[in-house]
Design a protein around this ligand. Structure first.
Ligand code: IPM
Ligand code: MG
Length: 361
């Protein structure tokens, strides 16, 4: 039996996690697997109920599970709270509490949605994996204010062991893909970046089959829109990875489709769509659940070693897209004609379509 902690969170979080759970339950029936789900609170939902973004119990439920599936946290309602009490703190607390230092963010263009790519040249498609360090750097370094409140600081700090373990994930991921690894940094300015490069030089001998390159982050931001297919795997620190993964997702044209996995050294992984809580469409049955369903597929693959089941979910999503079904966000501005063709799906219906495709595969 596999135990899965569910953290629906805020905004559309509950809408989309519900569909991913229905898909996982169908996978359980089809493949004779037993999943036990425990729902738990984080983010704004937790603040409203308990006064804190990440109650201890939530972390304990996650630590006691094989994996955690999260919707999204945050929203305007909690935007005026002081930094330490904001819903986003729940994410940081979960990441560090679970020790999930490796954030895998695949940015893949679905060929069925290629019209949504905002770039002129999307012909060669796009299939990048961003490996983002997730429990260090400026997100977790010392920060503060001077006594008069008029100076502030945030510190970027990385140790060699922290760098080595994420670089290894980068090398190993590249090895399983097209064998190209690009370390993105700001080594012309930052001492931390220079240490990253030193460590990469020390490790590259162990991966003679992987072509390692270096790129400054400003150039990488430019290259991503100029010629995105030059990249295979990008490995980078917490902050640069945050920024570049949003950029890469937009190149695929469909942020509603992209999943992510956050993994540590053996404990439960944390899986979530890369998009946010979209409070304006919460509860309206129009949010796209596919990124969360695809995150559930990553959960099956990475935390439960159920490759066959993960493939089945990914194939089912493909089949639904092949059949022309779209939620509004991936309709490509063609809502009216989709409606006429009867191919515009709501959140719930999209979940049902994936389940039907799973059953008929
Ligand atoms: C992400 C988000 C988070 C981050 C925020 C919500 C704290 O942007 O997962 O990319 O910056 O890591
Ligand atoms: Mg982000």
């Amino acid at each position: 039996m596999a135990s899965i902690a569910l953290i629906p969170g805020d905004g559309i979080g509950p809408d989309i996690v519900r569909e991913a759970v229905r898909v996982l339950s169908a996978v359980g029936e089809i493949f004779s697997r037993k999943f036990e789900f425990t729902e738990t609170l984080a983010g704004g939902a937790a603040i409203d109920k308990t006064g804190e973004p990440l109650p201890r119990e939530t972390l304990e439920v996650c630590l006691g599970s094989d994996a955690a599936l999260l919707g999204a946290v945050g929203g305007p309602k909690w935007d005026t709270l002081p930094g330490k009490l904001r819903p986003e703190q729940a994410l940081l607390g979960l990441r560090s509490g679970l020790g999930v230092f490796a954030n895998l963010r695949p940015a893949r263009m679905f060929p069925q949605l290629s019209a949504a790519c905002p770039l002129r040249d999307c012909g060669s498609g796009l299939d990048i994996l961003i490996v983002r360090e997730l429990t260090g750097g400026i997100y977790f370094g010392d920060r503060g204010r001077s006594a008069d409140g008029l100076s502030a600081w945030d510190t970027e700090k990385y140790s060699a062991p922290e760098i080595d373990r994420i670089l290894k994930i980068g090398f190993e991921s590249a090895r399983r893909r097209h064998k190209k690894l690009c370390l993105v940094d700001k080594a012309n300015i930052l001492e931390t970046s220079r240490l990253w490069r030193e460590r990469a030089e020390a490790l590259r001998g162990g991966y003679p089959d992987v072509a390692l390159s270096y790129m400054y982050v400003d150039n990488a931001a430019m290259q991503l829109v100029r010629a995105p297919s030059q990249f295979d795997v990008i490995v980078t620190g917490n902050m640069f990875g945050d920024i570049l993964s949003d950029e890469a997702s937009q190149i695929t044209g469909s942020i509603g489709m992209l999943a992510s996995a956050s993994l540590g050294a053996g404990g439960p992984g944390l899986f979530e769509p890369i998009h946010g809580t979209a409070p304006d469409i919460a509860g309206k049955d129009i949010a796209n659940p596919l990124a969360t369903i695809l995150s559930a597929a990553m959960l099956l693959r990475y935390s439960l070693s159920m490759d066959r089941e993960a493939d089945a979910v990914e194939n089912a999503v493909n089949a639904v897209l092949d059949a022309g079904w779209r939620t509004a966000d991936i309709a490509g501005g063609d809502l009216e004609s989709l409606k006429q063709q009867g191919r515009l799906a709501g959140t719930r219906q999209m979940g049902s379509l994936v389940i039907e495709a799973l059953r008929s595969a």
